[in-house]
Ligand binder design. Sequence first.
Ligand code: MG
Ligand code: ZN
Length: 369
Amino acid sequence: MQIKNFCLSIVCLMILIGCNQKSTNVSNQITEKPKQPKNIILMVGDGMGLTQITAGLYSNSNKLQLERFTKLGLHKSYSGNNLVTDSAAGATAFSCGVKSFNGAIGVDLDKKSVKTILEMAEEDGKPTGLIATSTITHATPASFIAHVDSRQKQEEIAADFLNTEVDVFIGGGKKFFNRREDKANILDSLKAKNYFISDNFEMEVDSLPFNKDQNIGYFTSDSDPLPVSQGRKYLPIAAEKTISYLDRKAKDKGFFLMVEGSQIDWGGHSNEGDYIISEMLDFDKTIGKVLDFAEKDGETLVIVTADHETGGFAIQYGSKLDSLKMAFTSDYHTADLIPVFAFGPGAEAFQGIYENTAIFDKMKAAFGY
Ligand code: MG
Ligand code: ZN
C-alpha cells in the first residue's frame, strides 16, 4: 500500500514537472515570436536633446505625452565627417543607414545616392508621407526623398519630389517649387502627376481632400513656417489627418510616415528657451495624437528621436517647476547621445545604445526588407 502511494506520488510529481516545462515552453514561444509592424511612423524633433525634453516637461506641469513610451534607447549622433552632426547628415543616417558628411541629403560620403526607407516603402506599394514645420525641402524631410550633395540646394531638392511618389507632404517652402532660377514650375508637374496642390496658406488642414485617393501637397508658407508662438497650428492636426488618410489608402499594405518638429532646433540656435519649450510642447502634443492612433491600431511602430542636440542647453540651479533658469553653451549643435523612444510591434529592438544609422537598420528589419 505504501509502495503504491509512493509510486503514485512519483507519477504526480512527474506530471507536475512535465506540465511546468510545457507551460514554460509555451510562454517562451509567445514572447520570442518576432513582431512585425504594418506601419512605421518616425518622429524627429530637430535639436531635441534630453534637456529640451526636460524643459518641455517642467514647463508643462511635469507632464509629457513622451512618458507613455516604455522602450527607450540612446543613439550616437556623430556624422561621417564630424563628431558634431548637422541635420542633413543626421537625417540621412535615419533615412539611408549611412554616416555621411554634414550637408549630405540622401547621399553617402562619395556623394552617391543611397535608397531611402521612404523609397523602399514606396517600391513595396506602401503609401508614404512627410510632414515638417520647416520648408518641406529642408534638410530633415529632404533626406527621405531627395539625393543632393548640399542641403543648400533647395530648388534641386524640390525637383526630386517628382522622382518619388510620396502620397502626402505638408510643410513650407512653396517658392522652391514655383519661383525657381530655372523657371520650371514643379507645382504644375506635381498636379500633372495627380497631386492636389494647395496654394492657400490660410487653408485649414481639415479641408484638404483626405477622403479622396489623390496625392496631396500642402504648402503652409512660401518659405519657413511661423513658430507656434506666432500662430502656427497645423502640426498635430496634420499628423492626425495624414495618418488616417495613409491608413485608408494602405489597405493591408501598411504605410511609412515621417513627422518633424523642425523648430525646436531653431530655438536652440537662437538661444531662446521659450522658443524651445513652445516648439517642444507642440511636438509632444503631436506625439500624443500619433500614440492615440498607434494604441488603437496595434500594428504601428512609432519611433521618436532627434538628429542632435542644439545649443548645449542647460537648466540651472534656481529653476522651479514652470519657471526655468536656462543657459546655453553654443549657438550650434552638440555631440550628445540622443534619446530614442519606441512604441508598438518591434519597439524592443530600439532599446540599448547604438549608432544613429541603426535606426534605419531597425526600421528596415521591421518592414522585413
Ligand atoms: Mg530639421
Ligand atoms: Zn540646427
